[in-house]
Design a protein around this ligand. Structure first.
Ligand SMILES: NC(=O)c1ccc[n+]([C@@H]2O[C@H](COP(=O)([O-])OP(=O)(O)OC[C@H]3O[C@@H](n4cnc5c(N)ncnc54)[C@H](OP(=O)(O)O)[C@@H]3O)[C@@H](O)[C@H]2O)c1
Length: 284
């Protein structure tokens, strides 16, 4: 068949992408470790189980690639998958990468490089997700339980992006609408404006009616919190180090990539909050 294999198909960007592509009449295969029994497009797929890769790939000509979320080095699991995709003639891979470069994690850069090296395969480098402010992300959980954001970032800003806009950019790239922007091999995807945690907290407070305060903490304490939330230690430490480094301003970049790729501006943080207004109701 021609169609799109969506890895991470049950996740924040993958599920939104499946909806967009189905709405455009594109055939999809929704990959999950636990495929929904009532979804004929669902396929079992596990990065840790290479035996599931060939069946997921066979017959599709495009792939949305969400690397294994907790792997600091995705190459050992994703490399053989990409080789198989290449062998089977997959013409388009859209990799969900990150604008943030984690310390001591060259594997993510190597993976992006491998994808960019193939004609027609592209990399999305996404800024921090607005959905991190929602449960089940540890930050979203803490807002719900304590009305608090704990951060080591100080006044550092991030060009927060709504995961739905990442899905829209991926959908555009996977359906080839003849837009010259689609020929680029690398897209830095951001929201429309960089915001500090304090500014984001003020917007949630104003629009959702839930007072949210910001509690400055050190990177070590932040890493402990991530570990307690189940994130493996090396990744927890790397994420905390990035948060502490936000003051340097690297993640405050904003681009027009979403507009260029989709023809629509990315959602603002206030729009994101209004669309999720009940999500911050107190849990205790
Ligand atoms: N959060 C951010 O700010 C941010 C910023 C830039 C980039 N990113 C990147 O975005 C990606 C997605 O992260 P997310 O936290 O938003 O997760 P997500 O996409 O919402 O959820 C993770 C997805 O991965 C799938 N998955 C998990 N383990 C798997 C495995 N062993 N085999 C196959 N599929 C597996 C899950 O599917 P099932 O459970 O159904 O199997 C789920 O669909 C990550 O690569 C992250 O680096 C995140």
């Amino acid at each position: 068949m021609t169609g799109v294999l969506i890895t991470g198909g049950t996740g924040k960007t993958g599920a939104a992408l499946a909806e967009l592509l189905r709405g455009s009449g594109v055939r999809v295969r929704v990959a999950s470790r636990n495929p929904a029994v009532d979804d004929p497009d669902a396929v079992r797929f596990d990065w840790e189980d290479p035996a599931t890769h060939h069946a997921a790939l066979s017959g599709v000509d495009r792939v949305y690639l969400v690397p294994p979320p907790f792997a600091l080095d995705p190459v050992p699991l994703v490399g053989p998958f990409l080789a198989e995709a290449e062998r089977l003639g997959v013409r388009r891979v859209v990799l969900l990468g990150s604008a943030i470069v984690l310390p001591n994690a060259p594997g993510a850069l190597e993976l992006a490089e491998r994808v960019r090296a193939r004609p027609g395969w592209v990399v999305l480098r996404a800024s921090g997700f607005m959905q991190n402010f929602l449960s089940p992300h540890p930050m979203g959980d803490r807002i719900r339980s304590h009305g608090e954001i704990r951060t080591a970032a100080g006044a550092g800003r991030v060009g927060w992006i709504d995961a739905r806009d990442i899905a829209a950019a991926a959908a555009a790239l996977l359906t080839d609408a003849g837009n010259p922007a689609h020929d680029q091999r690398d897209h830095l995807l951001t929201g429309p404006k960089a915001l500090s945690y304090r500014e984001a907290a003020e917007i949630i407070t104003a629009h959702a009616g839930r007072p949210v305060r910001v509690e400055p903490i050190g990177a070590d304490d932040l890493a402990l919190g991530y570990r307690a939330a189940g994130i493996p230690e090396p990744l927890a430490d790397a994420l905390a180090a990035v948060d502490a480094g936000l003051d340097a301003g690297e993640e405050a970049r904003v681009t027009t990539a979403v507009l260029d790729l989709t023809g629509r501006p990315p959602r603002t943080f206030a729009e994101f909050v209004r669309d999720n207004v009940t999500a911050w109701e107190a849990t205790r």
